[in-house]
Design a protein around this ligand. Structure first.
Ligand SMILES: Nc1nc2c(ncn2[C@@H]2O[C@H](COP(=O)(O)OP(=O)(O)OP(=O)(O)O)[C@@H](O)[C@H]2O)c(=O)[nH]1
Ligand SMILES: [Mg+2]
Length: 398
């Protein structure tokens, strides 16, 4: 699972990325601070089932803090895009290829309306963030249409001659974009295109197809950042105007400060929380105390910094992921070495039991006999859809 952090320059993408990953990529109040893509790992929260067994767990990939599992999610921070990037404006489209593997896009906008389309600071409220939600989609569409369109006519004629399926042809052209074949079928249904003669498709047809495909296969969520300089009424109105793209107000700067202060043991704070506590008031400098006071105000207004909520909304609602716990002993919920609930896997909601087996190991998928529900101890067939929080043993031929 990987989420791309995208948007125009100077809106706080790297700040949000640093907050989620606790990495240290450069941030600055001017455009094009980020010049190359950065990868990192954030995490989403789910309840850990270990209390049901009355024992502690032995997490391997996803740490457990006070009964909450933090399940890793890949993140990519890319340089800012400007309108016309597909024609080479700004840094152009050069780095979009680093988003090929992204399953969805977290678009950061400046909710305070104080950054121009090129990322230059302007008076608050002078810019309309709804505009960039629209043009960013156009840029992403142009990117996909361009990948699709490379030498299109000639290749399309080849498929027509061979009598191949147009879906397979399109899928092959978009390999690397991690788009499932089913999404291509769905996007094609949305357009009355001549499937037998793809070579006759005009550029506009490919663009329309790319737009549907992106909406289906790469969900987007808007982080209305710098909300500390906006108001709930303003972000609420923005949310209505960009509907159906969902919006979460965020203050990336506050989240980054809190996470770093927590790492430095200055405060007790868990990402997503509505409050934090100073650990040793005497250890704080006057500016630190002032900054924390301002953050307290932000939390009081908004309920949280929104950063953790934005990532979780992306992963759980937009990408429809759930977390499941594969085990080897369905009674004790352990692996072969006796570790309790060692793994927590993100999988699409309703993943069939056998698909989870493949995720654990190809052999386990191929030799699959049945799965066993760790709570009911009932056998589950290969196509049984798993639900959130399931503890599952896979039984395979050996
Ligand atoms: N007030 C406020 N400022 C913020 C917030 N998040 C980020 N900033 C500031 O916005 C400026 C730009 O932040 P970056 O994270 O570098 O922005 P970016 O989108 O990565 O910019 P590019 O890499 O140039 O595209 C910095 O001065 C940040 O401190 C926020 O939530 N509130
Ligand atoms: Mg940046």
């Amino acid at each position: 699972m990987e989420v791309g952090v995208v948007g125009k320059p100077n809106v706080g993408k790297s700040t949000l990325f640093n907050a989620l990953t606790l990495l240290d990529v450069p941030m600055a109040p001017y455009p094009f601070t980020t010049l190359a893509p950065h990868k990192g790992v954030g995490a989403v929260r789910v309840p850990c089932p270990h209390p049901e067994k009355g024992t502690a767990c032995t997490p391997g990939n996803a740490r457990c803090v006070d009964g909450t599992r933090w399940v890793p999610v890949g993140l990519v921070d890319v340089p800012g895009l400007v309108p016309g990037a597909h024609e080479g404006k700004g840094l152009g489209h050069r780095f979009l290829d680093d988003l090929r593997a992204a399953d969805g896009f977290l678009q950061v906008v400046d909710a305070s309306g104080s950054t121009t389309a090129e990322g230059v600071l302007a008076p608050a409220g002078s810019q309309d963030p709804a505009d960039e939600v629209q043009w960013l989609e156009d840029e992403l569409v142009a990117w996909v249409a361009e990948i699709l369109g490379r030498d299109f006519e000639r290749s399309a004629r080849g498929v027509e001659l061979d009598g191949g399926a147009v879906e397979d042809f399109l899928h092959a052209r978009l390999t690397g974009l991690s788009i499932p074949l089913a999404a291509i079928h769905q996007a094609l249904r949305a357009h009355p295109l001549d499937r037998a003669r793809p070579s006759t498709w005009a550029t506009a047809d490919r663009v329309a197809f790319a737009r549907s495909l992106l909406r289906i296969a790469k969900p987007r969520l808007v982080a209305a950042n710098k909300c500390d300089r906006s108001s709930p009424a303003t972000t609420g109105a923005l949310a209505e105007r960009i509907d159906p793209v969902p919006l979460v107000p965020t203050c990336a700067e506050a989240e980054l400060t809190l996470r770093r202060a927590s790492r430095a043991q200055l405060v007790t704070y868990r990402p997503g929380d509505a409050t934090f506590a100073e650990r040793d008031a005497a250890a704080l400098s006057a500016p630190q105390r002032r900054a924390l006071g301002e953050i307290r105000q932000i939390l009081a207004t908004w309920g949280s910094t929104g950063v953790q909520a934005a990532l979780e909304s992306m992963v759980f609602q937009r990408l429809r992921q759930i977390v499941v716990f594969p085990v080897e002993d369905e009674t004790r919920w352990t692996d072969s070495r006796g570790r309790v609930l060692p793994d927590a896997f993100l999988v699409p909601a309703d993943t069939p039991a056998r698909a989870l087996a493949y995720r654990v190991h190809t052999d386990l998928g191929e030799q699959f006999i049945r799965a066993i529900d760790g709570r009911t101890h009932r056998a589950l067939a290969a196509d049984h859809p798993l639900s959130a929080g399931a503890v599952v043993r896979i039984v395979a031929r050996r």
